[in-house]
Ligand binder design. Structure first.
Ligand code: UT7
Length: 325
């Protein structure tokens, strides 16, 4: 039976120029390169320059995705930007990106699911495309977490970085086979009881300030592998696939130990797992599209490959997306 499916035609990425090593952080924070590497796998991260915005990074990533897809900005009738660090409280960062790209039609809005934001944004855009409410979408993850870190809190400030990644998607007809290209499924979940494990202690309706990120790392860690494994199982089951069918795991990049645990669970060799946490640290909603883009552009990911994406973060919110590239 013919149905609509979302094809991912291109991806783009942007990383700020400024590299900040663990040693540089250790000059002002009570930490060490050794501790950070051992506990997280992070070697360095990028921080946005003064005046560099979530929207400006996102616009460059989005333009890269359009270029690779061979699409014109005028083709785009949907922009979904996943971010927890928008330029302003309102309007959405997506509308800024829309304007930066010279797009004057369609819908543009933000999605807020923190580190799971890109999976949520894919889910929303996929539903728009499959139902015919849009034809061509930009799905973006973009963050400037460096602006919400507490530099007095060594348990969190060493973990995050800035950046943006994007994919350009277009609706196409398909026969429903998991062998055909496109987004096969998305699964998204949340459980608000875990608010206190990972949140920002500010906001327009609570304190009137921007606030700082707070996290009980061990608590998040404990839940992450279990929740993301459940989301992966749901994706495989929905598509009648097994872990052995996965060509690439493109996980959220929070901690190398979590990524390794996910790979072990899927019995995937390390060279089938895309890792950027060592160089990008945790870029929240941007981490999956940044990793995907790196593996596409360096030739690891080939057309026809099956890509499993998964993430979990504040909320808790988590999910998976399965893509036939
Ligand atoms: O993207 C959203 C999802 N987020 C995540 O998935 C993050 C999940 N959590 C984690 O990645 C890890 O829990 C962390 C990397 C945040 C922490 O690693 P951990 O192995 O869970 O360490 P811990 O919190 O149990 O701390 C161990 C020790 C503590 O000292 P004591 O109490 O044992 O004396 C900390 O005070 O390490 C200490 N510590 C540090 N030492 C040097 C904590 N942060 C640092 C630091 N440098 N930056």
């Amino acid at each position: 039976m013919t149905q609509r499916r979302s094809l991912v035609l291109g991806c783009g990425a942007y990383l700020p120029a400024r590299v900040v090593t663990n040693d540089e952080l250790a000059k002002t924070v009570d930490t060490s390169d050794e501790w950070i590497r051992q506990r997280t796998g992070i070697r360095e991260r990028r921080f946005a320059a003064e005046g560099e915005l979530t929207s400006s990074m996102a616009t460059t990533a989005a333009q890269g995705a359009l270029d690779m897809a061979g699409l014109n900005a005028k083709d785009v009738d949907l922009i979904v930007c996943a971010t927890a660090t928008p330029d302003e409280t309102f309007p959405s960062t997506a509308t800024r990106i829309q304007s930066n790209l010279g797009i004057e039609r369609g819908a543009a809005f933000d999605i807020q699911a923190v580190c799971a934001g890109f999976i949520y944004a894919l889910a929303v855009a996929d539903n728009f495309l499959r139902l015919g409410q849009a034809e061509t979408a930009l799905v973006i993850g973009a963050e400037t977490f460096s602006r919400i870190l507490d530099w007095e809190d060594r348990t969190t400030c060493i973990l995050f970085g800035d950046g943006a990644g994007a994919v350009a998607m277009r609706a196409a007809t398909a026969n429903g086979s998991a062998r055909e290209p496109g987004l096969l499924s998305t699964h998204v979940y949340s459980d608000g009881r875990h608010h206190d494990a990972l949140y920002v202690d500010g906001g327009p309706s609570s304190t009137g300030t921007v606030g700082h990120l707070r996290m009980e790392g061990r608590e998040v860690f404990r839940h992450a592998v279990v929740r993301m494994s459940e989301a992966i199982d749901a994706a495989l089951e929905a598509n009648n696939l097994t872990p052995g069918d996965i060509d690439w795991l493109v996980p959220h990049q929070a901690n190398l130990r979590i990524i390794d645990a996910m790979a072990r669970r899927l019995n995937l060799p390390q060279d089938r797992v895309v890792v950027t946490v060592d160089r990008h640290a945790n870029t929240s909603a941007a981490s999956i599209p940044l990793a995907l883009c790196e593996a596409v552009h360096d030739g690891r990911v080939q057309r026809g490959d099956l890509i499993m994406m998964e993430a979990m973060g504040g909320g808790f919110a988590w999910g998976s997306a399965l893509l036939r590239w």
